[in-house]
Ligand binder design. Sequence first.
Ligand SMILES: NC(=O)c1ccc[n+]([C@@H]2O[C@H](COP(=O)([O-])OP(=O)(O)OC[C@H]3O[C@@H](n4cnc5c(N)ncnc54)[C@H](O)[C@@H]3O)[C@@H](O)[C@H]2O)c1
Ligand SMILES: [Zn+2]
Ligand SMILES: [Zn+2]
Length: 357
Amino acid sequence: MGKSNVMKGATLPGNSTVEFRQFAIPEPGHGEVLVRTKSSTICGSDIRCIYHEHLGKGAEGYIPGMIAGHEPCGQIEKAGPGCRRFKKGDRVVLYHISGCGVCNDCRRGYMISCTSEKYRRAYGWQRNGGMAPYILAEEKDLVLLPDVLSYTDGAQVACGFGTVYEGLEKVGISGNDIVLVTGLGPVGLATAMLCKAMGATMIIGTDVIEERMKIARKLKLCDIVLKAGPDNVKEIKALTGGMGVERAIDCSANAKAREVAIQATRKWGKIVFIGEGGTVSFKPSEDMIHDQKTLYGSWVTSIWKMEELVERIVRWGIRPEKLVTHRFPLEKAGDAYSLMASGKCGKVAVVFDEEIK
Ligand SMILES: NC(=O)c1ccc[n+]([C@@H]2O[C@H](COP(=O)([O-])OP(=O)(O)OC[C@H]3O[C@@H](n4cnc5c(N)ncnc54)[C@H](O)[C@@H]3O)[C@@H](O)[C@H]2O)c1
Ligand SMILES: [Zn+2]
Ligand SMILES: [Zn+2]
């Protein structure tokens, strides 16, 4: 960036385009750090709530003109006064919501559901995010990125992998389980990757987009990939000795796929909904109650679980960056969002410096 004190940031006007605006490179205040962005990945929620139209409300409300991007990872360029742990040169992932720090949710580490209207601000939504060369962050929102992970590994932990890990921890995944993943977008692919690392014995994935089914097969993330359709429950029962799966994770937000996730789960099984928005209908008695099933909802994660996740990712020897099929420099952020919106890709990343490959 040279000595200039301005930078360009990508904003999302809500008409399926990206608009670059000029911003001052911020000066970190007390308890804040200036992070030099290295990788900033795009989440399905950016497309659903912001890119095509500003549909989100409340926590998902985007303030027009904000720098987009809620999956940022980078290196601390400057630590402001009063920082207690992090310093210049540290490689960090941002927990993507800055909370008030003192409400009950924040005290649990779930700043995602911080109840303070005044202080809860998510990066890339209500405060500037990762689609710019620098990000002003609060020290308390940082997670240290282990040396063996790349910034593009880390970026995906900021929302996608963190979210998935939370959902999987709620239902518990082990070598006892056959897992169904409905929706093989980046979140579904991350689910398959983590389920495999956690020991699941068979992973069945479904999607409607050919490109995504191909990625799941090519990366060997799923043992079986099915085209989404009316016979899915029957097909999954046939693959599991008539029993159904022990665990089902919906990452599609599609009503039909959610129904499949519930119906293809066996007695005493557990289902978790991660895909957001939309609707679902099912028969409580037949589909859930009489089969003693449990359905969970899961929203992002806590910052301590994110810390645990980066440690486990290293232990398991997996690399989230393998899900990235396309990397773009910041100037091409428009192409990055439009590709992600098409669904004909794995994870899409906007990258800087050494992450440009
Ligand atoms: N719960 C949370 O905290 C949280 C966090 C991040 C993202 N999300 C949500 O997770 C979802 C997935 O995110 P993503 O980044 O992978 O987005 P995405 O939109 O790229 O992925 C959704 C996938 O579901 C597939 N799909 C559509 N209909 C289907 C059907 N009938 N059967 C099977 N698959 C079907 C789509 O083709 C697509 O590949 C989005 O709804 C996103 O908003 C939730
Ligand atoms: Zn997200
Ligand atoms: Zn709070």
